[in-house]
Design a protein around this ligand. Sequence first.
Ligand code: GDG
Length: 763
Amino acid sequence: MNHGAEPRTHELVVVSNRLPVDSQVGPDGAVEWTRSPGGLVTALESVLHGVDAAWVGWPGSPDLELEPFDADGIRLVPVPLADDDVARYYEGFSNGSVWPLYHDVIAVPSYHREWWERYVTVNRRFAEAAAAVARDGATVWVHDYQLQLVPRLLRELRPDLAIGFFLHIPFPPYGLFSQLPWRSQIVEGLLGADVVGFQRTGDAANFATAVRRLTPAVVRAQHRGSRIELAEPSGRRRGVLAQAFPISIDAAALEALARTPAVQARAREIRESLGADRTLLLGVDRLDYTKGIVHRLEAYGELLEDGAITVDDAALIQIAVPTRERVAAYAQLRDEVELLAGRINGDFQTLRHRAVSYHYHAYPREEMAAMFLAADVALVTSLRDGMNLVAKEYVASRFDEEGVLVLSEFTGAADELRRAVLVNPHDIAGLKEAILTAMRMPRAERRSRMRAMRRRVVEHDARRWSSDFLEALALGAAVRRAQDADAERDAGAPTRVAEVAEPLRSALEGLARRPRLLIALDFDGTLAPEVDDPAAARALPAAREAVERLIAMPGTRVALVSGRSLTDLEAVVADFPEEVLLVGSHGAEIRLEAGTSFEPLEERERAELTTLGELLGGIAARHEGVWVERKPVGFALHTRLAVEADSQAARLEATREIGAALGADVIVRDGRTTLEFAIRGTTKGEAVEHLRRITHADAVCFAGDDVTDEDAFAALGPGDVGLKSGPGDTLAEFRVPGPAEVALALQRLADAREGAPSEERPR
Ligand code: GDG
């Protein structure tokens, strides 16, 4: 290894919590580094070679400040963590909050603000370290749950980079994810990437739901994931690909290792030491509560207890690699597993044979390969696991096409290794059954299953995983750069009308020249992308900016016309200028000025409303169980609590008396248990008519997306412009795909109106 301090930049930068090295303190007290053969290094090996790459990560010991150094042709860039950082960012937020939450709350997550704050600080430190060593336009690939804020932080520092993120663990369903007090920040953090990769399609789908629920982004489902369209604070649109890229292993290298004479000899030795006639069951896991080790031991213990197997038939080797020992849940799990293994041995072992051979430490790769080769059955019983590489490693090392894999359905690997004996580890009876099936499986069936699984793992290996991901990232970044370049070019041009296609462009230019213009716009699905939570809907920044520009121009009024109640609408458009006219409840409520609840009624309307109230009040007084409710521009007669005779009589009298007194001025709506009378129209069409009158507009532009907007389109005449957002039948003359294009059309209208002769326009 070669130490050096000169600042260098690189074309590919990998960022992960840990650097792929282990430190040891040498006899002279100096720190020595050896490359640790962790899964991620192996998986990235092929892409790291031949490019100028750096790896940013924590060297693994607290309070260690190191200069960047080279190891095996890769530049290693250490990020220091103080003991307190390790406690709060790593053991705390990463492993005490995120890990249990993302693994189906198998252990109860705790949420502490000081953990979260340190997570933010440490993520910023990683982002800064990556930004400092990335060449102009470089690719940065960020890994895993400890660094979910890095993509956004890095994009803010270095918008030129192609940023990818891969989550190695599951992404939970929204019902669980929503527990997280900082759920929005996490989603925003991840959306800083061009590509967010997940293990399973289900994880990508869970993420898409979280994006829909927590942000106004537009999410479109596609193969193995979705495409997310964001509006950045600058108003620019940016696409993010969220998709499954199932991780894999270097199958060829593992097979080659398993084929070496030394490993084969060692496998024979292991078998002989256990007793040649016994079926060898093997479990290899980090000692983590997600891995289902207790369930596995319970099933095995019960099989011995039932007498279905004996220690003369079977042996279980359980390798439990120490992990996160300072986190309480892990210390407890260790006690539980060791107690159980001890109890099974106490109950069932004989002088000749142990029931469980339990090892609480890691082994070298060669020893692992020998164990895989020796084991008749591999037991992977995770309660939840992003992928589980052990399952794939077992398959890859079985070049002899022998061995049976028992695999939990709750692993990512189960999506690919369909010919394993699939189990639900919570079902102990089913798990026992599966172990027996595996132990007794006929040779021909074992071989046919193993062959099929081997094909999958060999074809979909780590090299393919990393190249698929990096290709998708290169493509995503290229598209974004092209869009940015277009936007920059257009921003410099005097007019940007050309982006809106003909004939809409000419129609907008025509509108721009009209002296008094009314622009009436539906909100949801037109200015704001549809979101699951209506309260979270917000107009695209580009749309809001266009409205701000238009409203500042003489002779130009803008109204937002929505089916929402006025109060509701006011809440979601609080970021709009106060001069905007608001129409709620499909036209029933109108706010002409901020602070007024709705438009003051004209004298005639006030009189009509009084008459209406008096007549209905009289009717309600005459019939038991009938009452009157005041509405914004009318009344509703409720008959739900009246007996049939009273209800019918009240309805008949109301229709007759009001018809006689007010005639066609009143709009009647007949509901099952209500009869509503309004003195002002309550369709968007009537709203547009009304707005046209009060603003004295010469021309109207209306944009909307749903069926209630059709009334408004129907109210348009020659010289007006109707713009439909999205699919579906429409009376509108023009159509655009969605809110982003509506925003663009409004911007072009503003551009054109700014440039149009304005002398005839009133102030
Ligand atoms: C996370 C996700 C996802 C284990 N014991 C020894 C040893 N190992 C190696 C295995 C394997 C790796 O450690 C464990 O990988 P897993 O995938 O099984 O599990 P996690 O550590 O939880 O990994 C997981 C993975 O990230 C990758 O995306 O699959 O779902 O939780 O490679 O062989 N290696 C050596 N000695 C041991 O004693 N040398």
